[in-house]
Design a protein around this ligand. Structure first.
Ligand code: PAF
Length: 281
């Protein structure tokens, strides 16, 4: 049976009753198959699974979609139950931030200032602060995060290493629609036309992978991806970046990461892929 806790005291009591290893999957709700994959991976690697559902106000900037972010707790709990979660912690803001906006926060430093951090100032401070709190409250052995939010995964790994937090961070590959669109809770904002246009993000990444494998080098990867994005005027590009797997400068050859963010209609979408840069021809 899956227990639902809204209060820290109930979470603490239910968590104390879970013997063996515990994995946590943190979410903002509006769960989809990508979250289900995280829950399944969590279940496969630990004796018990705790899911958290909390739309974290700290990580939304002014004018972002905090108010309209989908809140679907009953359906979320049903998915958690289906995927074998033992416990769902779904606090409200007053429960998690009893003194209001916390005076103390965790910042990502320079790795949090680029890409998403450049477009969404304060975003990673909000994310790391809530992730740190939820780790303290759920006390997991493992914490699973989707690679779809690759920079988030990277800065969380760095926080855990820098602060010696006693948890193993596990990344789980992105789940995609059959046409390539990465699953995201925000996809439900897309109307039919925008949904079609949104395919250009994964299409651009695919073109980049092919160019990299063909020996096009970093420039070739970026040019191939850019051409796909330019062919979709409905998508306003925010950034397209090629990096190494740790989000440092792209290597001349070998493993790399290609990341994209674009606004389609009123919806900001992100995606990324690993790729291999074959030596230049
Ligand atoms: O990826 C998300 O859903 C959120 O950023 C997270 C990790 C649950 C923190 O609010």
């Amino acid at each position: 049976m899956t227990r639902l806790a809204h209060r820290r005291a109930d979470l603490a009591a239910a968590r104390a009753a879970l013997p063996g290893t515990v994995a946590v999957v943190m979410t903002m709700g509006a769960l989809h198959e990508g979250h289900a994959a995280l829950l399944r991976a969590a279940r496969a690697g630990a004796d018990h699974v705790v899911a958290t559902v909390f739309v974290n106000p700290l990580q939304f900037g002014p004018g972002e979609d905090f108010d309209r972010y989908p809140r679907t707790l009953d359906a979320d709990v049903a998915i958690c139950a289906r995927e074998g979660a033992d416990l769902v912690f779904a606090p409200n803001a007053a429960e998690l931030y009893p003194a209001g906006r916390p005076a103390t926060a965790v910042t990502a430093g320079p790795p949090g200032d680029v890409l998403e951090g450049a477009s969404r100032p304060g975003f990673f401070t909000g994310v790391l602060t809530v992730v740190c709190k939820l780790l303290q409250l759920t006390r997991p052995h493992r914490a699973l995060f989707g690679e779809k939010d690759y920079q988030q995964l990277t800065v969380i790994r760095r926080m855990v290493a820098d602060l010696d937090l006693p948890v193993k961070v596990v990344g789980v590959p992105t789940v995609r629609e059959p046409d390539g669109l990465a699953l995201s809770s925000r996809n439900r904002y897309l109307g039919a036309e925008d949904r079609r246009a949104a395919r250009c993000l994964s299409g651009a990444l695919r073109a980049g992978i092919d160019a990299g494998a063909a020996g096009g080098g970093g420039d070739g990867v970026l040019a191939a991806a850019r051409a796909v994005l330019d062919a979709t005027p409905a998508a306003a590009l925010d950034y397209l970046a090629l990096t190494d797997p740790d989000l440092g400068p792209a290597p001349p050859a070998g493993p790399a990461r290609l990341l994209v963010a674009a606004r389609v209609g009123g919806t900001r979408l992100i995606d990324n892929v690993p790729l291999d840069l074959a030596p230049r021809r």
